[in-house]
Design a protein around this ligand. Structure first.
Ligand code: S3P
Length: 426
């Protein structure tokens, strides 16, 4: 495994176009493979997570070709079929969870495998609703981790299911299975998560009704086959968050990030930074959001998980908190423990390495900031198999006093050009 050295850059200027949104990319491939005929996808994420989904869709019978920035995918008119070989989801939880929903409706036995990180993650959260719908999901240990055996059927039932945790992946697994059920399905969520699946299915002609109430939402989907169409993937907000924080905490920075997905559930990190006093200007048009971030004096705030429902942006917001004045609290962020690595402990450890006092109480995490990234210590970290911990560490090193990151190639899973994009700002 290779390690990366990140140095402090004196001055950062420039524009970043982050990769295509990973969530949209996985779904565009799956919906295209489920449709009858040719779809095209422009701007697909080039990370290995999305490549795993593309490879699996081919194994299940879809045909793929690539020309320049356009991926074409042809869904078989007779529908997807079982693959003799295992379906290798690599490091990608989104692939494994959404795919479980897709193959629940494909009769036969499907074997889903993943790397060491993915094989530790809980799959009981998708097994429960998919079993209620009539599929069989078998995994390892009490949390049903991978390798998984999913037995699909053409006799799935519609269900009404309230997802017990805030998880777009669980919601989406159910919605994908529901496409082939014998009656409508309603998925309830207490906290609204990214609406990517329901919105994309609706754009592909599936009947979806989404109703918001309080902080939650219910999504009712009628069975139906998605139509082939042309997809355009916006930039990935979770990747943009790294540059938003860098622009704010670096002592001499002016950065712009262009054309990211505008979904409210994805850009909560911008409001958090604004509340901390960031000089951020945000421009939204119908489809996408762009922003400019400049060197700012940040102060502490309280962040609740519901503001950033997948908690993907917490590790880099911890870096922002480390540069702020005062104690920032991150409330109810226990889901961090179940990501590609234990990001709860990883974020605490990172803040401590930077020189902060940081502690936890149950699912809450606290960071006492140093008041400036100029006071960050030089540090070493090994963020094996967790791309977001690598990138959060690199942002801290670049704004502060440098760092060395073990197994830095893990960024390949979502952002292969991350270090190049970082360097071109110097
Ligand atoms: C994702 C949902 C989130 C997020 C992941 C992508 C998705 O996971 O962490 O990076 O595309 O649906 P959870 O559903 O576990 O919150």
């Amino acid at each position: 495994m290779s390690s990366a050295r990140v140095e402090h850059f004196e001055r950062l200027r420039g524009e970043v176009r982050v990769p295509g949104d990973k969530s949209t990319s996985h779904r565009a491939l799956m919906i295209s493979a489920l449709a009858d005929g040719e779809s095209t996808i422009r701007g697909l994420s080039r990370g290995t997570d999305v490549a795993a989904t593309a490879q699996i869709m081919e194994q299940l019978g879809a045909a793929r070709s690539v020309r320049d920035d356009v991926v074409s995918m042809v869904g078989p008119s007779e529908g997807l079929r079982v693959s003799d070989a295992a379906l290798d989801c690599g490091n990608s939880g989104t692939t494994m969870r959404l795919l479980s929903g897709v193959v629940s409706a494909v009769p036969g036995e499907h074997h889903l495998i993943g790397d060491a990180s993915l094989s530790k993650r809980p799959m009981d959260r998708i097994a429960e609703p998919l079993t209620l719908m009539g599929a069989r999901v078998e995994g390892q240990g009490p949390r049903l981790s991978a390798p998984l055996r999913v037995t699909g059927t053409n006799a799935l039932r519609g269900v009404a299911y309230d997802v017990p945790m805030a998880s777009a992946q669980v919601k989406s697994a159910i919605l994908f299975a529901a496409l082939a059920a014998s009656s409508p399905t309603t998925v309830g969520e207490r906290v609204r998560t990214r609406p990517t699946t329901e919105e994309m299915l609706s754009r592909a002609g599936v009947s979806v009704v989404s109703i918001e109430s309080g902080d939650g939402r219910s999504v009712t989907i009628h069975p139906g086959r998605p139509l082939a169409r042309n997809w355009l993937v916006p930039g990935d907000p979770s990747q943009a968050a790294f540059f938003a924080v860098l622009g704010c905490i670096h002592p001499d920075a002016e950065l712009e990030v262009l054309d990211i997905d505008s979904a409210r559930e994805r850009i909560g990190f911008l409001s958090v930074l604004q509340r901390m006093g960031a000089t951020l200007s945000v421009h939204a048009n119908d489809a996408t959001t762009s922003f400019a971030a400049r060197t700012s004096q940040l102060s502490a705030t309280e962040v609740h998980a519901s503001e950033i429902p997948s908690v993907d942006e917490v590790p880099v917001l911890v870096v922002a908190a480390a540069a702020a004045e005062g104690v920032t609290s991150f409330r109810d962020v226990g889901e961090l423990r179940l990501k590609e690595s234990d990001r709860f402990e990883g974020s605490l450890a990172l803040a401590i390495k930077l020189g902060c006092r940081a502690w936890s109480d149950g699912d809450d995490l606290f960071v006492e900031g140093l008041g400036s990234a100029a006071l960050f210590s030089n540090f070493e970290i090994d963020a094996a198999l967790d791309h977001r911990m690598v990138m959060a560490s690199a942002i801290a090193g670049c704004a502060g006093d440098g760092c060395s990151i073990g197994a830095a190639e893990t960024v390949e899973s979502s952002y292969p050009n991350f270090f190049d994009d970082l360097e071109q700002l110097a």
